[in-house]
Ligand binder design. Sequence first.
Ligand SMILES: C=Cc1c2[nH]c(c1C)Cc1[nH]c(c(CCC(=O)O)c1C)Cc1[nH]c(c(C)c1CCC(=O)O)Cc1[nH]c(c(C)c1C=C)C2
Ligand SMILES: C[C@H]1O[C@@H](n2cnc3c(N)ncnc32)[C@H](O)[C@@H]1O
Ligand code: SF4
Length: 454
Amino acid sequence: MTISLIQKYNVPGPRYTSYPTVPYWEEEGFTNDIWKQTFIKSFQESNQKEGISLYIHLPFCESLCTFCGCHKRITKRHDVEHPYIEAVLKEWQLYCELFPEKPIIKEIHLGGGTPTFFSTENLTCLINGILSKAEIASEHEFSFEGHPNNTTRDHLQTLFDLGFRRVSFGVQDYSEKVQKAIHRIQPFHNVAKVTFWAREIGYTSISHDLVFGLPFQGIENIIDTIEKTKSLSPDRLAFYSYAHVPWIKGNGQRGFRDEDVPKDDEKRKLYEIGKNLLAKKGYHEIGMDHFALKKDSMYTAFEEGNLHRNFMGYTASKTQLMIGLGASSISDSWYSFAQNEKSIEDYYARLEQNELPVFKGHLLSEEDLIIRRHILNIMCQFATSWDENDLYFQELPKVIEELREMENDGLLVIQDNAIIVTEKGKPFVRNICMAFDLRLQRKAPQTQLFSMTV
Ligand SMILES: C=Cc1c2[nH]c(c1C)Cc1[nH]c(c(CCC(=O)O)c1C)Cc1[nH]c(c(C)c1CCC(=O)O)Cc1[nH]c(c(C)c1C=C)C2
Ligand SMILES: C[C@H]1O[C@@H](n2cnc3c(N)ncnc32)[C@H](O)[C@@H]1O
Ligand code: SF4
C-alpha cells in the first residue's frame, strides 16, 4: 500500500452501520406515532415471511475499558440488574400490545455493555419473558457478547439451554502494555477457558473481537495477539479499527495521549500484518473488519450475497424489522430508525409513563431508501449496480463522477451500470460509501463527528 493513498483517504467518516447515519437523522417531525405506523407496517409485511430480530442492550460493566465506544454504565452493584430486566420486559410488553399478531423471533442478540454482568437467573428471566409472548422461528439465531473475565460456565450453559448458539468474546489485544493503557487486564487463559467451555457445550459459532490501532500497540503485539487467537481457532473474528472519538460525551476514552495512538500508515500496517496472518490460517475477509472460516455461516452468507449490516455490524441473516430494546438501543423498521433514551433514568421514566422510550428517529425518504441499498451493497458485497428502473437516483451521475478519482487510484472499477471495489480499494470502503452519502455532502459536519476511515 502506498503512503499517499492512506494520507489522501484517511479522513473522518461514518462506519455506516446505518444510512442515513445517526448525526444526519431528521429528528424534527419524527414522532412516536410515525415510529408506530412504520414498525407496524414493516411487521405486517415481514413477520410471517421471515420473522423479526431483537437487539437487547444490557449496559452495565464492572470496570471501564478506556478504549470503549459503546453505551455503558460502570457499576459494581448488582442490584441494578433486576429493575433493568423488568424495564426491558415492560418495553417488550408495550411492543407486543401494538403488534397485530404474535411475533415470530428469528434473531436475538444480547449486546452491551456486558451481558455476562447479569446473573444466569436474571438472564433466564429476561429470555423467558421475551419468548413467552412470541413464537420462535425454525432457523433462529440467538447470540450474545461475553466478557472473558466474567463469563462463567453456568452463563454459557444457561444461555445454550435457552437456545443460544453464538457467542462473541471481547479480546482486543493480549499485550500487557496495551491492556494497561486501555484499563483491561485480561490474561490469555481467561479467553482460552471460556472458548473451550463454549465449544464443549456445543456453541456452533464462537467469535473473538480484536482491535488494531490501540494505544502503544506495535507490530509485535499484533503478531502475538493474532497467533494466540489462531491457537484457539474461533470460527469468526472481528478485527476492528480503533475508533478514537474522545469528544463523544461520557464515553471515557482517556488515560493515554493522542500521540500514543498509532495513526495513518503505522495503523494500516497493523491491519495488513494481522490480515495476512489470518489469511494463512484460512480466515477470509468478509466486508469491513470481519473474518470467518469457510465453515462459518457468515462466510456462506458473504459468498451467496446474503450478508447484511446493521447497528451491531454484519449479520448472516436479515430481517426487515429489528426492534432494539433497552437504553440507547436503535430499532430499524427499514422505513425508519428510532433510538431509545440513552440514559437509564430517562429510559425508566418513559416506561413508567407507559410510553415507548424512543427519543429520536428518522423516516427514510425515497432517496434515502435507494442510497441505503447502495451503501449496504458496497459494505456487504464490495460492489453495487443499478438500471433505469432500479436503484437509480437523480444525483447518481454526479456520484459516478466523484468516484472517477478513486477509479484512477485503482480503488474501484466503474462499469456501465455497476461499480466494483478492487482488492486495493477494500480498506477504503467507507470512503467509497461517502461518495454516495448525499446527506453528508449537502451538509458537511462543523465539528468532528466520526472516527477516521483508516
Ligand atoms: C457493543 C457496542 C456497540 C457497537 N456498536 C454499537 C454498540 C452499542 C451501536 C452503534 N455504533 C455506532 C452507532 C451510531 C450510529 C451510526 O453512526 O451509524 C451506534 C448506535 C457507530 C459507532 N461505533 C463506534 C463509534 C465511535 C461510533 C460513532 C462514530 C463513528 O462512526 O466513527 C465505536 C464502536 N462500537 C462498536 C464498534 C465495533 C465500534 C468501533 C469499531 C460496537
Ligand atoms: C463489541 C466490540 O466493539 C469493539 N469496540 C468497542 N469500542 C471500540 C472502539 N472505540 N474502537 C473499535 N472497536 C471498539 C470491541 O472489540 C468490543 O469487543
Ligand atoms: S469494552 Fe465491554 S467491558 Fe469494556 S467498557 Fe466497553 S462494554 Fe464494558
